[in-house]
Design a protein around this ligand. Structure first.
Ligand code: V1S
Ligand code: CA
Ligand code: ZN
Length: 406
């Protein structure tokens, strides 16, 4: 009676685990796993669970994580907590990974780019091991549903942590669940296309597959010098000239779309559809992984784009129209109420449902999050609290599409 129906002719599976949502990276840290609680409240409030098969995730095993990551790093992640960190660092097996200390460091870095200092990108926090192996488990379960043809679209909003390297954490990412998923997919699908609409460059995934012509990686991201001090927008890679490892069979199987700040809906739609369309045509993928980082939305605490939820969702619809097996993952997203709005809207798009714009405030447990005079209580149009100056020139974007096409 809420009007939610199961999609016709295909299946969607939804993977989650409530224990992931309760984790805290630290008081000042922008990554807030409770944005997943808000997302779940909207998904359930609108009744979208009636349209999908829902699965509570179980933790990934260490052996599964070793399929990509360094064995020492995996053992460290499996044992680390704020209580065990110092003792682990002192063990000879791990001490060799600790960087030398500098006098005026504000952040004490341990091995693998991990730290217990406040303000660190990859802090060691309570329950961290549980958190890491659970979001990875959810992505691997979603992948399994796809590779065994039990579903057509699988969704895990807790995954999509694209910066993690083989033996090192980076940019709030510890285990690269995306790489692990694609490695599994390669056992069943001849070619996998990875698309990344997070505002940051998907460097960890690109690097992992830089010699692999069966995986094409395509990232849209903010790029370029970004402040007076000349600091680059994180992670500082992903130039248009970066198309994979030169001189290997992987060359030309990485695509990067570097974007100046302030890009609007119309310009993003143009870029996304032109480049993604060409990539699909040229690469002819057998399956697609879409990382839907919501930090590319206007008003994000870290992002610098001006895209609305509607356009962010149109990227999902565009990819879905290929009707290829599709894994939908989360990623960044630092203005929690907008992250929840976007990912709920995209869950509806995945299941072919159209939601009424008025959020069912009487059903969501935390209505105050969506009930703000300044932001409104609509699903799709929370006005941005700060717009970025649009530095994108149409002619430059057109030039970029032409350059990428060659
Ligand atoms: N931008 C940004 C930003 N903000 C922080 C941060 C702020 C407060 C804290 F308590 C802790 C960290 N770190 C960064 C970036 C990392 C962005 C990661 C994005 C992740 C994703 O959305 O793509 C996927 C989930 N880090 C930096 O800019 C690096 C530093 C250069 C500055 C911060 N210090 C701590 C390390 C060096
Ligand atoms: Ca990206
Ligand atoms: Zn990001």
């Amino acid at each position: 009676e809420n009007g939610i129906t199961r999609p016709k002719g295909y299946k969607v599976s939804f993977h989650y685990n409530s224990r992931v949502e309760d984790m805290h990276f630290g008081k000042t840290h922008p990554m807030k796993p409770w944005r997943l609680t808000l997302t779940k409240h909207l998904v359930l409030g609108y009744g979208l669970h009636y349209a999908m098969d829902t699965y509570e995730a179980v933790a990934a095993g260490k052996d599964q994580v070793r399929a990509f990551h360094d064995p020492d790093y995996v053992d460290f992640l499996a044992q680390v907590s704020p209580q065990t960190f110092a003792d682990l660092c002192a063990m000879p097996r791990f001490a060799k990974y600790c960087p030398p200390k500098h006098e005026n460091d504000t952040i004490d870095l341990g091995p693998f780019n991990l730290s217990t200092s406040a303000g660190a990108d990859c802090p060691v926090f309570d329950g961290m091991s549980t958190y890491l192996f659970l979001y990875t488990g959810a992505t691997l379960a979603a992948t399994h549903q796809l590779t065994t043809q039990q579903t057509d679209i699988a969704v895990n909003w807790s995954g999509g942590l694209h910066h993690a390297h083989r033996g090192e954490a980076s940019g709030f990412c510890y285990i690269n669940d995306i790489v692990l998923s694609i490695l599994d997919m390669l056992r069943y699908f001849p070619r996998v296309l990875y698309i990344d609409i997070d505002v940051h460059h998907g460097d960890g995934v690109e690097e992992a597959f830089q010699r692999q012509p069966r995986v094409m990686t395509l990232s849209y991201h903010r790029y370029g010098p970004y402040d007076e001090t000349g600091h680059k927008f994180f992670p500082g890679t992903g130039d248009i000239t970066d198309t994979g490892l030169k001189g290997t069979v992987g060359e030309h199987f990485a695509l990067n779309v570097p974007i100046p700040s302030g890009i609007d809906d119309r310009q993003y739609k143009f870029l996304f559809e032109a480049v993604t369309g060409r990539a699909i045509e040229a690469f002819n993928p057998s399956a697609i992984v879409l990382q839907c980082g919501a930090d590319s939305l206007g008003g994000d605490r870290l992002g610098q784009f001006n895209i609305n939820i509607k356009q962010h969702g149109e990227c999902v619809s565009f990819v879905k129209r290929t009707r290829l097996p599709l894994l939908i993952l989360g990623g960044g997203g630092y203005t929690a109420r907008n992250v929840a709005r976007a990912w709920c809207h995209e869950t509806a798009l995945a299941t072919d449902n159209v939601l009424p714009d008025a959020i069912p405030l009487d059903i969501v447990p935390r209505p105050e999050a969506f009930q703000n005079r300044a932001h409104g209580n609509g699903l799709l149009y929370p006005p941005f609290q700060r717009l970025h100056n649009n530095e994108c020139k149409d002619a430059d974007l057109e030039g970029m599409v032409k350059k990428i096409d060659t």
